[in-house]
Design a protein around this ligand. Structure first.
Ligand code: GDP
Length: 296
């Protein structure tokens, strides 16, 4: 179910419930079941949905509803709060400071949009007066360096990589060192992806992280991976200190549920979303406006 449909289904479920003359437990349950179905179809993990349902039942007082309070508003507010809570891990991620060197490492599966997102992230900050730089530590995928080089050149962002060197740890360390010397304040390290979660990938990620000591590790996730989101995000979190999430491909047929699962699995906030293939199709992620839009 795409995001807009999810919002519509939830709003409809609330509307139907508030049309009922008497709101008893049965009517409330029907409404919550409807919302549960909509969330599951949007790929929110089952456990998260079940917890949300339990929480709402605890919050919503049936006596209040019977006493003629604005039922729609009470339920809608409870759902809004629960969805916000699901997307807010309670602590902000590390935020780089302009003028102070920070190393940001990107991790994610091959095809998730990692390399594209590295450039988008660099470009976003460059426009705000930062001095970003890109390091290609992906020696696994043929063409990865060329892709990063092409993107970086287009955006006039300095880059570092090698066609000859096959050790990603060495390249990462050299690139970070070089750009620190050049006083770049945002050094972005693109790491290798794999088609699936493999031990070798995680080991390599750990070594690159060890060598570059990133201030922030960003997990890049394709929004279309569905129910696999939770496990995938958790697997990355268990290997490196993921501190933030960027969800890509939120354009088109994106489902929103994966974002909720990724936050739960990594206990890290979503900081940006990718909304297209172009460099500037990139948005800051803000929980409340996102949920408001979702609920229509
Ligand atoms: P990587 O293997 O993780 O480095 O993935 P790439 O950066 O090469 O991206 C894989 C494909 O996804 C490319 O065709 C990108 O243009 C595309 N892509 C990346 N981000 C987005 C996005 O936000 N929206 C859309 N529609 N496509 C994207």
């Amino acid at each position: 179910m795409v995001l807009a449909q999810l919002g519509g289904s939830i709003s409809r479920a609330i509307q139907q419930m508030s049309n009922a003359t008497i709101i008893d437990e049965k009517v409330l349950n029907e409404c919550l079941n409807e919302i549960t179905r909509a969330l599951l179809q949007s790929d929110v993990q089952f456990k998260l949905v079940r917890d949300m349902q339990t929480n709402i039942k605890k919050i919503v007082n049936l006596d209040d509803l019977a006493a003629g309070h604005n039922k729609r508003k009470i339920i809608q507010q409870a759902i809004f709060n629960e969805l916000c809570k699901m997307l807010d891990p309670g602590k902000p991620s590390f935020t780089p400071k302009k003028g102070k060197p920070s190393v940001v490492m990107f991790v994610g599966l091959q095809g998730s949009g990692k390399t594209t997102t590295c450039t988008k992230y660099a470009y976003y900050h460059q426009k705000k007066g930062w001095k970003p730089a890109l390091v290609c530590a992906d020696t696994f995928r043929a063409g990865a360096f060329d892709q990063l080089k092409q993107n970086a050149t287009k955006a006039k962002i300095p880059f570092y990589g090698s066609y000859m060197e096959s050790d990603p740890v060495k390249i990462a360390a050299e690139g970070v060192e070089r750009f620190k010397k050049e006083n770049c304040d945002l050094i972005i390290v693109d790491t290798s992806g794999r088609h699936k979660q493999e031990a070798a990938l995680f080991e390599e990620m750990r070594q690159v992280s060890e060598a570059t000591k990133p201030d922030l590790v960003i997990f890049v996730m394709d929004s279309s991976i569905g129910q696999a989101a939770f496990d995938q995000a958790q697997a990355f979190k268990q290997s490196v200190a993921v501190g933030a999430v960027i969800v890509t491909k939120m354009d088109g047929h994106a489902k929103g549920g994966g974002a909720l699962s990724a936050v739960a699995a990594t206990k890290s906030p979503v900081i940006f979303i990718g909304t297209g293939e172009h460099m500037d199709e990139f948005e800051v992620f803000d929980v409340k406006p996102f949920v408001s839009r979702l609920l229509g």
